[in-house]
Design a protein around this ligand. Structure first.
Ligand SMILES: Nc1ncnc2c1ncn2[C@@H]1O[C@H](COP(=O)(O)OP(=O)(O)OP(=O)(O)O)[C@@H](O)[C@H]1O
Ligand SMILES: [Mg+2]
Length: 152
């Protein structure tokens, strides 16, 4: 699906709506593509809030990984822009996160190629006038319909 997002609040709301659809998938790997400033962190914040994360949600720009544990799920927010070598990912202890109840939100996933688990869902964001365009793939037809209904 492709949507236009008018402003930052729209991007966050899209993330939150996606979170409610993903509630039925305790584990998921979500790749977030887009240039610097495309809105990936804004969408990830909305998604994390929608998954029940309270308090500050820091961008993992320098830490590579900001992990959260909410309601029996592990939520991994990653930004791999500063990763020099995918092998560095092994130092983050990612193998300890059980795939069946871990949600991965990965900005700049290209930088982790070969080490990251493959994407279940891919999101690509790009500037479009004053707003952004978001393209999402990997949801079932049923999930897509649920997401569209939440956004209406
Ligand atoms: N739909 C939108 N329309 C206009 N501006 C937006 C929209 N969504 C987010 N923004 C703004 O874009 C800017 C960059 O957003 P954000 O930090 O989420 O980008 P990013 O893709 O994570 O960048 P980076 O690659 O540097 O991590 C922020 O100022 C944010 O408010
Ligand atoms: Mg970011």
């Amino acid at each position: 699906m492709i949507r236009h997002l008018d402003d930052e609040a729209d991007t966050a709301a899209f993330g939150a709506a996606l979170a409610s659809v993903l509630a039925a998938r305790p584990g998921a790997v979500v790749y977030l593509y887009g240039d610097l400033g495309a809105g990936k962190t804004t969408l990830a914040r909305g998604l994390l809030r929608g998954c029940g994360v309270g308090g500050a949600i820091r961008s993992p720009t320098y830490t590579l990984l900001e992990p959260y544990s909410v309601a029996g799920r592990e939520l991994l927010h990653m930004d791999l822009y500063r990763l020099r070598d995918p092998e560095e990912l092994h130092q983050l202890g990612l193998v300890d996160y059980p795939p069946e109840r871990t949600v991965w939100l990965v900005e700049w996933p290209q930088r982790g190629a070969g080490v990251l688990p493959p994407a279940d869902i891919s999101i690509a964001m790009r500037a479009d006038g004053k707003g952004r365009n978001v393209e999402l793939t990997g949801l079932t037809e049923h999930e897509t319909a649920a997401l569209v209904a939440k956004l209406a």
